[in-house]
Design a binder for this molecule. Structure first.
Ligand code: GLU
Length: 366
């Protein structure tokens, strides 16, 4: 069996557009039937599987005769997604039904997973669907998501869904069988079977853009997904779907090993894609944070962005972003406190200050 080990109770499988839709724009039904058979085998063995399915835009574009695969404008993409999604869901429902499985559809926007309350709500729905034995088919709600609030690629969406579902593994099936040390089109490119840590060297191997021109993925978004998944203690594999029954056929792939599981709240913070602002801090504060301390006003130099108490902010040291956390103050109040010691703060604020700008319990180091 390709991935993951049998111990993985919940698995998220992401399927890229190029695998779902052939170059003429028709659904690759036989291949999908193979995936449904794979999923049926896994569910019989006790594994719960959810599928993050792309392909709505590619499919809808073909049906509507839109240029550039439906990606010429946001309006086109939204119309294509609305048209393609219904056909896609129908196909999934049919191929899964043929295996005796029930499909359930969940369309989510970035905000559904970035807002803590909505995230918990979506997570509860997903958990219940899996408990009930359905196979959730998940996609971004592209017909309503605007450019600013989109995931834009289903790789990161799959990693976030894995986190929400409490899954132990994610498989990204696409037209590539893993990470190479350089663009695989270049001569001498070497396949990397396993990545224990996504450092600058690994990040440098990624090449942007999707090979098929159909999806929006590419290796950069796959690495971003691996970061989110591994940071949340979830293993992630990149494998090729250019074979029949890819979930039950051993084949070459790259596996990204999970980091130690952090608390769910911190993992959610670290995996967020959007922040409301940034707090710039000095080298002393950077060291204190790395040592597990809270961020005090004395070490803060500048802030950027408009945020209110409770919003997620990035914390940036002299060498780049080091953490993400929940702001204890609105931006305007925080501005008054920059560089100030605790004993000076009450006079500036007019009330007793909080213990930190960002408390260590509400902070995730990156
Ligand atoms: N959500 C998009 C779709 O269904 C695909 C995004 C991606 O290419 O990853 O067409």
């Amino acid at each position: 069996m390709l991935f993951p080990p049998a111990s993985c109770a919940r698995l998220i499988v992401k399927i890229g557009s190029a695998l779902l839709v052939d170059p003429d724009g028709a659904v690759r039904r036989d291949w999908l039937a193979g995936i449904a058979a794979d999923v049926a085998e896994r569910t019989k063995a006790g594994q719960q599987v959810a599928i993050v399915s792309s392909g709505a835009i590619a499919l809808g574009a073909r049906r509507l005769g839109l240029p550039r695969g439906g990606r010429a404008s946001l309006e086109d993409a939204q119309a294509a997604a609305a048209t393609g999604q219904i056909a896609l869901s129908q196909t999934w429902a049919e191929v899964l039904a043929a295996e005796g499985l029930t499909a359930a559809q969940m369309l989510v926007t970035l905000d559904d997973l970035e807002d803590r309350r909505r995230y918990l709500n979506a997570a509860a729905t997903l958990g219940r669907l899996l408990q009930l034995g359905t196979v959730p088919i998940i996609n971004e709600n592209d017909s309503v998501a605007t450019a600013e609030i989109r995931f834009g690629d289903n790789d990161r969406l799959a990693a976030r869904v894995a986190q929400a579902a409490g899954a132990q593994g994610v498989v990204l099936l696409s037209d590539i069988d893993g990470l190479y040390d350089r663009n695989p089109a270049q001569p001498g490119a070497v396949h990397i079977p396993e990545v224990a840590r996504i450092d600058a060297r690994i990040a440098g191997m990624a090449d942007d853009g999707s090979a098929s021109g159909m999806g929006s993925g590419g290796m950069v978004s796959k690495l971003a997904a691996a970061r989110i998944a591994c940071g949340a203690g979830v293993a992630l594999a990149i494998a090729s779907g250019r074979i029949e029954r890819p979930l039950s056929t051993p084949a070459r792939h790259t596996i990204f090993l999970p980091e130690k599981r952090t608390g769910a709240r911190k993992a959610w913070l670290a995996g967020r894609l959007t922040v409301r602002g940034t707090i710039h801090v000095d080298a002393g504060a950077t060291r204190a944070l790395a040592g597990g301390r809270s961020l005090l006003a004395a070490g803060a130099i500048q802030i950027a962005g408009r945020f209110v108490r409770g919003d997620v902010v990035a914390i940036e040291g002299p060498d780049g972003i080091i953490a993400r956390g929940l702001a204890e103050y609105d931006a305007a109040e925080m501005l008054l406190l920059l560089g100030r010691r605790s004993e000076e703060q009450e006079a500036l604020l007019g009330y007793a200050p909080r213990s930190a700008l960002v408390h260590r319990n509400h902070m995730a180091l990156l």
